[in-house]
Design a protein around this ligand. Structure first.
Ligand SMILES: Cc1cc2nc3c(=O)[nH]c(=O)nc-3n(C[C@H](O)[C@H](O)[C@H](O)COP(=O)(O)OP(=O)(O)OC[C@H]3O[C@@H](n4cnc5c(N)ncnc54)[C@H](O)[C@@H]3O)c2cc1C
Length: 410
């Protein structure tokens, strides 16, 4: 075994961030992934919103908003560090408008004061560290209240109590996937091991033994340090290593549709309905959109240590035709009621992702733990580091932190 052997488990954005940071600092790393290629799960099959913290209005402490802002304002800088100037070529969506539902958990004035507080945090952070940027830009304002009718004809404004335009954007996760895959493949210090399903990690004296199933049979990797970036499989593998999770986790299975919008909607606003179990339309400049409607797209809820095995197929993009049709019909008709014309879109992809969070009730409950995303980060015990990034937005931030911990311990 190499004197400084480090194994990173999982090649989503978190694991890729750890591996690219370590390799960039001269540390050889083995990157283990169950799929044939990297970046094919939650990091690919999500909305791509780089959160400024606006949505987390129900966490009055502002801790969640602050964390999202920290992640968002370092997102591009960290990607640039690992991917070079290519990171600045990531396409962004049209800016999000937040539309306040008439039965929102919080009323428009309360939401507006949250947005003002988030903007205050943002201004402070940028004054303290002027080089911070948000996806290559430095917006002066994060939000402005507008009349819902200003969104006509794209949106049926009578459904909404208020509207805010915001500076928030989403990236195209498929583009990021392509960039990350080629950075991993091109780095001489990253030994990428696809089709390795991690079954357990066992402490063995001064090192760890990572047991994997591969198409050629079982194999074991010996390593001085292990970084667990397995997302919905993270707690199961932590348990095998003797680390028990804090109680209260929940795994949710959420479907999404990627579609080509009808011509008339291609310059429409990206929209998030707040605050509660609603949905999003994310309009990208290539004419495609991400479409989600929470009450119909959220089709799995589990407090087990890892999600049921039936979630695996949709989470790698394998959705039977009948299921894809039912998801499409449900989501598009719900969205068409307030974003008219959406149902005329040509569907390109129907798939799902697992969301890991903490809570015993759903987002329609103002007291749900799901409104607080601060129980995340890097948990290190000797040479074992377990990383819960919380969100795509904060995955590079926590990936970098985990790599720093590994280097400190070398
Ligand atoms: C529908 C949806 C919408 C979302 N929207 C947003 C959003 O707009 N903004 C935002 O910031 N966040 C969003 N998120 C959250 C975000 O997607 C995740 O926080 C983030 O992608 C997690 O990154 P990761 O690298 O930790 O996980 P993943 O990308 O899932 O990577 C984990 C990797 O580990 C591999 N793996 C798992 N188990 C094993 C095993 N046993 N052996 C070997 N390999 C294994 C997987 O195949 C995968 O490649 C959303 C999530 C979902 C599902």
């Amino acid at each position: 075994m190499h004197q400084r052997a480090v194994t990173v488990l999982g090649a989503g954005l978190t694991g890729a961030s750890v591996a690219l940071e370590l390799a960039g600092r001269g540390v050889p790393v083995t990157l283990v992934e169950r799929d044939a290629q990297a970046f094919g799960r939650a990091s690919l099959r999500n909305e791509g919103k780089i959160h400024l913290g606006l949505i987390y209005a129900n966490d009055a402490s502002l801790a969640t908003a602050k964390l999202q802002l920290q992640g968002a304002l370092q997102f591009s800088a960290l990607l640039r560090r690992w991917l070079g100037p290519a990171a600045d070529r990531l396409r962004a969506s049209t800016p999000f408008h937040y539309l306040v539902a008439k039965d929102s958990l919080l009323q428009p004035d309360r939401l507006e004061s949250h947005y003002a507080e988030v903007e205050g945090l943002y201004t402070e952070m940028r004054e303290r560290t002027p080089e911070l940027d948000y996806l290559g830009g430095t917006p002066k304002r994060l939000y402005a209240r507008v009349e819902p009718s200003s969104l006509e004809p794209f949106v049926r404004s009578e459904h909404f109590a208020a509207a805010f335009e915001t500076a928030e954007l989403a990236i195209d996760t498929a583009e990021l996937a392509a960039m990350i895959r080629s950075a991993i493949a091109g780095h001489p210090l990253i030994d990428f091991r696809p089709q390795h399903l991690v079954q357990s990690v066992t402490p063995a004296g001064e090192h760890y033994r990572v047991d994997c199933d591969t198409p050629a049979g079982p194999t074991a990797i010996e390593s001085h340090q292990v970084v667990n970036c397995l997302w919905e499989e993270r707690l199961r593998i932590d348990r095998s290593a003797g680390i028990e999770a804090r109680a209260g986790w929940v795994h949710r299975l959420k479907y999404r549709v990627i579609a080509r919008l009808p011509e008339a909607l291609r310059r429409g606003p990206s929209v998030t309905i707040v605050l509660g179990p609603y949905g999003d339309v994310v309009v990208r400049d290539d004419g495609t959109a991400y479409l989600s409607w929470y009450p119909l797209g959220m089709r799995g809820w589990s407090h087990d240590i890892a999600p049921p095995s039936q979630w695996d197929a949709p989470c790698r993009g394998d959705v039977p035709a009948a299921q894809a049709e039912s998801v499409t019909r449900d989501l598009l008709s719900a969205i068409d009621a307030w974003y008219p014309g959406a149902a005329q879109s040509d569907v390109l992809i129907v798939d799902a992702g697992a969301i890991v969070g903490y809570g015993s009730s759903d987002v329609d409950d103002p007291k749900s733990g799901l409104h607080d995303r601060t129980r995340v980060g890097v948990n290190s015990l000797a040479g074992y580091h377990s990383v819960d990034p919380g969100k795509l937005t904060t995955a590079p931030l926590f990936g970098k932190l985990a790599a720093d911990r590994v280097i400190e311990a070398l």
